[in-house]
Design a protein around this ligand. Structure first.
Ligand code: FAD
Length: 541
């Protein structure tokens, strides 16, 4: 989702700049004429509230709205929302400023290419995120611009031999790094693209990937001089800086269409980039459902031969991936653990698509010299209550268990230190106990020593599917005791957005039944728990 938002920001920035220039040309300051397009997601409670507020407030302050407020929904297709809105927005702008539109969109290159024939190797980026040589001279503090190269200390399989999938337990060594973390934080990992995919792009574009280049913004006022750290080789750009595996956006297809030597191919790409119903349907089927990335498009449209520098300008930046940290610094001060499922699936075209980060991490094992992974810690709001005596319920099926492993380790330490520790209740679910029961021995040990109350659901072990939500429905008494009577906390974590909604609905039911409240009162009760940080979810999709 973040990638998508980032891309839309990029598109918006481009138009905002044109708009700003137009406003200047008319001799007026931007605040007098305004336009707002919001980037939101309907699954969130406050859908596009900032955009709605800004639009309203600008009007209150006397600004003239050039065109109606646009709202993008990332839960559906945010780019589609944007281009549909933009198609009407531009004529309105032209109308408003009394200028004539050029009709067809003209494609203007944003960056100018320079090839370096004799670049000094020490001046060339080799994958650093911001500072040249930052991977050779590591300096804290470590963050998104300055990740730490952490050695992989452990990488072991958590699934049983009968599982078709793979889930990794990875430990990164942070000793001597000055990096700090807390249970519940996220670990960001910067991945590296698969070299076969990178080489394929080089072959199709018939370019020597070791050519060192710089792409420089033609807009001298722009704060962003280069689309990624330059100078670097095409290979570095495609390996470290550019996203070559997600579905390209329609604006990319539109620009690529110009490089098809076959008219039918050109028309197809243009149609997919258009806002017509046939174009949208074709994009949905050929790109989204059949899950084609840029490499697949180049393979399936052989007449398409884009110049590599333009392709590098069009592709979005490769983003870091986040993982819930599955350890506690109290037990593991010098290592950070993550629990990651390897992404691999077959697409309708028969191709095997592999997740960039998890596939790359799968090959990283303890070795000498060590495998190094660029990481940084992102602080989160997902925290245990400050008083260990407060009871907690944790709902974490699958890899949703990750942050709770850290929580349980912390409560176990507190108990062993003789502190009063409230109930620590975990709801864990998976397919089968011998297949994908993560950290089975550890959890059972915590249960045996009295730290943990464990509820497990194995969805495929009986005819009737059983999930954690079924267990929750059967344990209303215990839930009410924790959240209604003892002022406890409840946490939900996992990769299923629906699960979080289902848990919320069950909680409302529990509060209605046991707390004798109406639906409205029960919803308000849960909402209050949320504002008091007693109801937290860490959910990804
Ligand atoms: P990518 O290259 O990003 O590919 C993943 C994409 O492939 C998906 O977004 C989807 O578009 C597509 N895809 C995947 N499966 C299919 C399919 N069957 N059919 C069609 N398309 C498919 N992950 C964990 O494993 N453990 C965690 O603890 C964890 N914590 C997270 C915490 C947060 C806050 C967030 C935002 C995410 C978390 N994730 C976690 C998810 C993680 O960040 C990555 O998204 C995941 O590991 C995949 O990354 P990748 O680079 O391997 O795959």
């Amino acid at each position: 989702m973040r990638t998508k938002l980032f891309e839309s920001y990029k598109i918006m920035n481009k138009y905002t700049r044109i708009f700003r220039n137009l406003a200047r040309w008319r001799g007026s300051a931007l605040p007098c004429k305004c336009e707002v397009f919001g980037l939101g997601n309907k699954t969130y409670e406050h859908y596009n509230e900032v955009a709605i507020y800004v639009d309203h407030r600008l009007e209150q302050l006397g600004a003239t709205r050039v065109f109606e407020l646009g709202l993008g929904d990332d839960d559906a297709n945010i780019e589609d929302d944007f281009i549909t809105w933009k198609d009407k927005f531009w004529p309105a702008v032209c109308d408003f400023f009394g200028i004539e539109g050029a009709g067809e969109d003209v494609s203007i290159r944003q960056y100018k290419l320079t090839e370096h024939v004799d670049a000094l190797p020490e001046k060339v980026y080799t994958g650093e995120i911001a500072r040249l040589h930052s991977y050779k001279n590591q300096r804290s503090p470590y963050d998104a611009k300055n990740p730490y190269l952490a050695p992989v200390k452990v990488n072991r399989e958590l699934h049983g031999p009968t599982s078709e999938r793979s889930c990794m337990h990875i430990e990164f060594d942070i000793e001597g790094s000055t990096m700090r973390y807390e249970a519940g934080d996220h670990l960001a990992v910067y991945p590296v693209n698969n070299s076969e995919l990178v080489n394929k792009i080089g072959e199709v574009c018939q370019v020597d990937l070791d050519t060192v280049i710089t792409l420089t913004n033609t807009d001298e006022e722009s704060t962003k001089k280069h689309p990624f750290p330059c100078p670097c080789s095409y290979r570095t750009a495609l390996t470290h800086y550019l996203d070559i595996t997600s579905n390209p956006r329609t604006h990319v297809l539109k620009e690529l269409a110009e490089y098809c030597s076959d008219q039918a191919d050109k028309d197809k790409l243009k149609l997919m980039a258009s806002t017509t119903p046939e174009g949208k349907a074709l994009y949905q089927q050929w790109i989204t459902q059949e899950n084609r990335n840029i490499v697949h498009i180049l393979e399936d449209i052989p007449s398409l031969k884009p110049p590599l520098d333009h392709l590098c300008e069009l592709l979005p930046r490769l983003q870091c991936r986040y993982y819930s940290i599955s350890s506690s610094p109290k037990l593991h001060p010098t290592t950070i653990h993550i629990t990651a499922v390897v992404v691999e699936y077959k697409t309708p075209t028969g191709r095997i698509n592999r997740g960039v980060t998890t596939t790359w991490l799968k090959e990283k094992h303890p070795s000498d010299p060590p495998c190094l992974v660029p990481i940084f810690v992102r602080k989160s709001q997902f925290r245990l209550p400050t008083r260990p005596a407060t009871p907690v319920i944790m709902v974490g099926p699958g890899t949703g268990l990750a942050p709770f492993r850290g929580f349980i380790q912390e409560r176990d330490i507190a108990r062993k230190e003789g502190k009063e520790v409230g109930d620590t209740i975990l709801y864990f679910g998976c397919r089968r106990r011998h297949e994908d029961y993560l950290y089975k021995e550890e959890l059972e040990e915590f249960e045996k020593n009295g730290t943990l109350k464990l509820h497990t659901a194995f969805s495929r072990e009986q005819a009737q599917k059983e999930y954690v939500t079924h267990l929750l429905e059967n344990n209303k008494e215990e839930i009410w005791s924790v959240i209604g009577e003892k002022n406890g906390h409840i946490y939900i974590c996992g990769d299923a957005r629906n699960m979080a909604r289902d848990v919320h609905n069950i909680l409302v039911k529990v509060v209605m039944e046991r707390g004798k409240m109406t639906e409205m009162e029960a919803t308000a009760f849960i909402k209050k728990m949320d504002t008091q940080k007693r109801y937290s979810s860490d959910v990804w999709s």
